[in-house]
Design a binder for this molecule. Structure first.
Ligand code: SF4
Length: 371
């Protein structure tokens, strides 16, 4: 259902179209043309329908409508903020951890997120899809490395491929004995749910490997009836789903928005997996929070909602050093004590550390308690 007063017939790709639909102002057009010359723009009809053009702080618009703020760089920003290139042994593959690889098949998406960490690589006019030869080389690399247990299809959005091509790729990967898990990272179920057809769902299931789908969603409003139906179609077909979200200033950096998002995901049978700290992608500082804000939000989240709804708050360390959990630490050493005072067994008493542990209300306790 379109809550607002306009319907968009096709994906909007030009700043002038955004102005024509009231999603950007005429005064901003020259700057938006400069942004669009550097970073791809696409807003699907499904997502355009969620934007309230009268709300200057609309959390859906902030994610997809370009802004002049993207023309400003900030210290530390980089075209390859998570260091994919440093771990790419062959074209299309990123091999950062021993047991898994990223397999980047396509460089296009249904929508282009303004905070995307691969914004210098995705979109029309950026790198092209893998050639047949490069695809064969990537498969040969996976085949030659028996430690690779999981292949993560990403890009770009793998669900931009046709069901026929996706089925071929799934069969190629499942045909490699040591590949047991194929994980697909996608924004299509929220950006263009109609693409998740029965043919697409059939293509995702393959004998010989287990498919997982990771949905990228950042605000509860993205989980429309159509998006929920698309996810339910995959889950009902036996494909488990997890989520990944990005903590974004003005989108979900308040406890109410974050709580609503995580609850909605679990209600859709999607386990919240990652809450990413915003990467140092060029021109995205206006969308990043601080780590301290992220930690505070994670503490609040733990106090308010079920453990089932808790994502891991993670930071991709610049330079390609991988992800680390950066949520709150609930445990800190208090003192060292000896069992000798209260111990009467036959073995030697040992020295142990006593900890301060914080509960969900923020109150501090000692573990073990003092006698
Ligand atoms: S869908 Fe993913 S890869 Fe595509 S622009 Fe958004 S964040 Fe980037």
């Amino acid at each position: 259902m379109n809550k607002f007063s306009f319907n968009v017939a096709a994906t909007l790709r030009e700043p002038a179209e955004l102005v024509a639909y009231g999603l950007a102002s005429v005064a901003d057009l020259p700057d938006l043309e400069k942004v669009a010359a550097r970073y791809a723009v696409a807003v699907t009809p499904d997502l355009a329908a969620l934007i309230d053009p009268d709300d200057p702080n609309d959390p859906i618009a902030r994610q997809f409508i370009p802004s002049a703020a993207e023309l400003a760089g900030a210290p530390g920003e980089s075209a390859d903020p998570i260091g994919d290139d440093a771990h790419s042994p062959v074209s299309g593959i990123v091999h950062r951890y021993p047991d898994r690889v990223l397999f980047k098949l396509v460089h296009v998406c249904a929508v282009y997120c303004r905070f995307c960490f691969r914004r210098e690589m995705v979109g029309p006019g950026k790198a092209s899809a893998l050639s047949e030869g490069a695809y064969d080389n990537a498969l040969a690399y996976i085949r030659a490395h028996p430690a690779i247990w999981e292949v993560i299809l990403t890009g770009g959005d793998p669900l931009m491929l046709s069901p026929r091509r996706l089925a071929e790729i799934m069969a190629d990967l499942a045909g490699i004995d040591h590949v047991r898990i194929i994980r697909i990272h996608t924004r299509v179920p929220v950006a263009e749910p109609a693409r998740v057809s029965s043919e697409m769902i059939a293509a995702l299931k393959v004998a010989g490997a287990t498919t997982w789908v990771a949905l990228h969603a950042n605000h509860a409003r993205e989980l429309t009836g159509a998006a929920r139906a698309a996810c339910a179609g995959m889950i009902d077909a036996g494909i488990p789903m997890v989520s990944q979200s990005v903590l974004l200033r003005g989108v979900n950096d308040n406890i109410e928005a974050l709580e609503a998002l995580m609850r909605s995901l679990v209600e859709c049978r999607i386990k919240p997996y990652y809450l990413h700290h915003g990467d140092l992608a060029p021109g995205t500082s206006h969308l990043r929070t601080t780590l301290a804000q992220g930690q505070q939000l994670m503490r609040s989240l733990r106090g308010r909602i079920s453990g089932l709804c808790q994502p891991d708050y993670v930071l991709d360390i610049p330079g390609g050093h991988g992800k680390s959990p950066v949520g709150s630490n609930y445990l800190s050493p208090e003192d060292t004590y000896s069992e000798a005072d209260s111990f009467s067994g036959e073995r030697e008493p040992s020295a142990e550390t006593r900890y301060r542990v914080v509960d969900y209300c923020g109150d501090v306790h000692l573990y073990p308690p003092k006698p």
